[in-house]
Design a protein. Structure first.
Length: 61
């Protein structure tokens, strides 16, 4: 995410807390796209949150 501070938008790195903030009990699939270091970091958060890899759709670049 951007370093810019824009009202109504998140800022900084994606964290487990941020994922929980935008997830509810109806969320089944998680879509992940980005460079490998970012994807690895977010995948660790998914693991911490107990999100099964079968529900993670990835697109790397």
């Amino acid at each position: 995410m951007s370093d810019e501070e824009i009202s109504g938008y998140e800022k900084g790195f994606i964290s487990a807390e941020l994922i929980k903030k935008y997830t509810d009990n109806n969320t089944k699939y998680y879509y992940l796209c980005g460079p490998p270091p970012m994807m690895k970091a977010v995948e660790k958060h998914f693991e911490t949150l107990g999100i099964s890899p079968e529900f993670i759709v990835k697109e790397g670049f």
